[in-house]
Design a protein. Structure first.
Length: 280
């Protein structure tokens, strides 16, 4: 009579903290440089926790693969497209895109942010990259002033140098004609009604805008470049200050570049919790 083998998860769950001292439940012989059989009770608890996490992770991946397999079968039966494959995404490059709108993320504010906010900043840049990579016609994406703490934070992501992003150590002023630059800031009185393919839209790489209100606006004025804000006030009323995340601003511009109206882009990108009231 055949019996089902005991899974790693089952073994872990059956072990008590005392039993763990004398039982080895995986191929690893050491944990943090200590032999498994010589672990203290506290070390064994940490070891157990790590094994449970590994088991849950493996189980989650298996479920995700099965879910994707079923989605592909269902899509094939119903003739539904699941979007571009990973191979297709890798073939899409900014240089080959029909969209020539340039967007800059200005990373010149490193010294104004604590490490926690720097980490949030880079996560938002990663979301920007992901959205652009998935686009049928990606925009021309630049990350400028890429030479300080934010670069150090980015280096935690292996292989970022191979991403389809123009990473530049210098300022955008040294890359583009000054007359083509438009710094996006909610303090500007200039409302951007439509995108200009000849312009370069600059997004401030700053997470905590409330602590540095007006900083991007003052920088644009000091540098003598144009500034403007997205036209959300043309369509919606928001009770509080209109400051969005870097990836939200980028995605709004991306959706408009793909043919949506600004109103449609706001409704698509911005979360419901913002409570935008349509203008009467």
């Amino acid at each position: 009579m055949e019996t089902n083998p005991i899974s790693l998860t089952d073994k872990i769950n059956k072990l008590g903290s005392d039993d763990c001292h004398n039982q080895v439940i995986c191929e690893e012989k050491t944990f943090n440089g200590v032999e498994i059989t010589k672990l203290s009770k506290s070390q064994m608890k940490k070891y157990q926790k790590m094994l449970r996490w590994q088991a849950r992770k493996a189980d989650k991946r298996a479920k995700e693969r099965e879910k994707l397999r079923k989605r592909k079968i269902e899509a094939k039966i119903n003739n539904i497209s699941l979007g571009p494959s990973r191979k297709e995404l890798k073939r899409k490059k900014m240089i080959d895109s029909n969209c020539k709108i340039s967007v800059v993320i200005d990373l010149s504010f490193d010294d104004l942010m604590i490490p926690k906010d720097l980490a949030k900043l880079i996560k938002q840049v990663l979301r920007v990259y992901t959205e652009n990579r998935r686009a049928t016609n990606p925009m021309q994406l630049y990350v400028t002033n890429f030479n300080g703490k934010s670069k150090t934070e980015m280096e935690k992501h292996n292989g970022y140098e191979n991403w389809d992003i123009n990473f530049c150590e210098e300022s955008y002023i040294n890359i583009f004609p000054i007359e083509n630059l438009i710094y996006l800031t909610s303090e500007s009185d200039n409302i951007i009604e439509k995108l200009d393919h000849n312009k370069v839209y600059v997004i401030g790489g700053l997470v905590d805008h409330n602590a540095h209100k007006g900083l991007c606006y003052r920088k644009a004025v000091k540098e003598g470049i144009a500034h403007g804000q997205l036209p959300i006030s043309n369509f919606f009323s928001i009770k509080y200050r209109k400051v969005f995340t870097i990836n939200q601003v980028f995605e709004i511009i991306l959706r408009v570049s793909e043919g949506k109206t600004f109103k449609e882009a706001f409704e698509t990108v911005l979360p419901k919790r913002i409570n935008m009231e349509p203008n009467k």
